[in-house]
Ligand binder design. Structure first.
Ligand code: AMP
Ligand code: ZN
Ligand code: ZN
Length: 413
């Protein structure tokens, strides 16, 4: 009798060992049950911000995880195009969010990041964001902010999302996301996004080299510490894959570096879809060549291109929303007009420039069971993040411009 009891105990033990060894010993996750994935964006965050400040929480995150030398954003290096490329894995010409605000002549409507209607209307947003890919495949997604998270795709949206309201405290965003990810909570999300804007705002108002930015960075470091504590409380510290990214860097502007557009061309002949540092110019149809030639003759402190001649690396030609003439200011220059400049001057910090300008390079670090620990790898383009997240979630990616091969270097082998 006793021997039989021992025998069944041994069988149960063996079964248990067998089951646990099904788990992937490297990633600590089973084939059917990947760890949750969280994508965090700190808007306008440069690598050098960490290097020049006391940031114990960033330092710990990076030392426990893996960091890229830098993240290469997409062109133009603005907030909405870049967040949408991070979410969809598409270059801008393939997703159509060509700037933060722009006019669509086919829809005869303006998209503006300040106007909530546009946020909800899926016609603006090309491609499929990772949270929708996840929901379509039976996962649960949540967003405490991300551009595009307010819109529905094929009738699908995240289980939880919030209309953008920049005044919602950052700690509330963290508390909510952690509650939604809690493995014994009501939602038990598989995928989440979290977004913080104040480092970018501070960069615009005071310039990237300012003490005010340093203060913001230290504040962000405190929030990261708070977030890690909250994760600990729900037992997720070592059971979640976290991607910490930003959308672009920041460059210092000054009033002696301006391009006064109405001193080069007649603004009555054009619609300016976006001003600076990339002027997107839609000329009256018969005037295209004349205006392009004038801009070309005066090409100083900027480059001007016809849309279809823009170098391939920008991936910014093949979308009907992109207008005929694209003028890209050299780093640190502002494109403006005389009246606006006299009234408002220039803002101390700006982004939007050529995505290969080093000031536009930005930040990527990741930590969790799937990632290497204590490693710094080479640069990576932000369009590959979608593939990486699909891989981590073990879901089939939608069509996109990224490649998993480009991000394998961050993963444990
Ligand atoms: P930028 O003007 O390119 O510096 O963009 C940063 C700003 O975008 C932030 O300060 C926010 O005001 C705004 N923003 C960020 N995310 C969203 C969102 N999901 N919906 C509306 N506005 C947003
Ligand atoms: Zn931004
Ligand atoms: Zn910004």
């Amino acid at each position: 009798m006793i021997r039989e009891k021992y025998l069944s105990l041994i069988i149960i033990l063996l079964l248990f060992i067998g089951l646990s060894s099904c788990a992937d010993s490297d990633t600590g996750e089973t084939e059917n049950d990947p760890n949750p994935v969280l994508l965090i964006s700190i808007d306008g965050f440069m690598n050098e911000y960490i290097e020049r400040n006391e940031t114990p929480n960033f330092d710990q995150f990076i030392s426990e995880g893996v960091q890229a030398e830098y993240l290469i954003p997409v062109f133009p290096t603005k907030t909405f195009p870049n967040h949408w490329s991070l979410a969809t894995g598409l270059y801008v010409e393939n997703h159509g969010i060509i700037s933060n605000s722009f006019y669509d002549y086919e829809l005869d409507a303006r998209f503006s990041y300040g106007a909530p209607d546009g946020q909800h209307d899926s016609r603006w947003w090309g491609g499929e964001p990772i949270w929708v890919t996840a929901e379509k495949q039976g996962k649960t997604s949540v967003n405490f902010f991300w551009p595009g998270s307010e819109a529905t795709f094929d009738g699908v949206q995240s289980t939880k999302w919030v209309d953008y309201d920049g005044s919602i405290p950052d700690s509330t965003r963290i508390d909510s996301i952690v509650a939604w990810l809690d493995p014994v909570g009501d939602i038990q999300a598989d995928f989440g996004t979290l977004y913080f804007s104040f480092v970018d705002s501070r960069g615009h108002s005071y310039g990237p080299d300012s003490p005010e930015v340093d203060e913001a960075v230290i504040e962000m470091d405190g929030l990261l510490g708070y977030f890690m504590e909250k994760l600990e409380e729900v037992g997720l510290t070592d059971n979640i894959n976290i991607l910490l990214v930003s959308d672009h860097g920041m460059s210092a502007q000054s009033e002696d570096k301006v391009i006064i557009l109405d001193e080069i061309i007649n603004l009555d002949d054009v619609d300016i879809i976006d001003w600076t540092p990339v002027a997107m110019i839609r000329p009256d149809e018969e005037k295209t060549n004349e205006i392009y030639n004038t801009l070309k003759e005066n090409e100083e402190n900027y480059r001007v291109y016809l849309r279809d001649e823009l170098p391939e690396r920008f991936h910014f030609s093949n979308h009907y929303r992109i207008p005929e003439i694209i003028m890209i200011a050299d780093n640190q220059f502002t494109i403006t007009n005389r009246e606006y400049f006299e009234e408002r001057g220039v803002v101390p910090g700006m982004h939007g420039f050529d995505n290969m300008v080093p000031d536009m390079f930005t930040f990527f670090a990741a930590k969790g069971p799937a990632f290497k620990s204590g490693a710094v790898e080479g640069p990576v383009e932000s369009v590959h993040m979608y593939e990486l997240m699909a891989y981590l979630l073990q879901i089939e990616p939608a069509e996109n411009d990224g490649s998993l091969d480009e991000v394998l270097k961050f993963l444990k082998q």
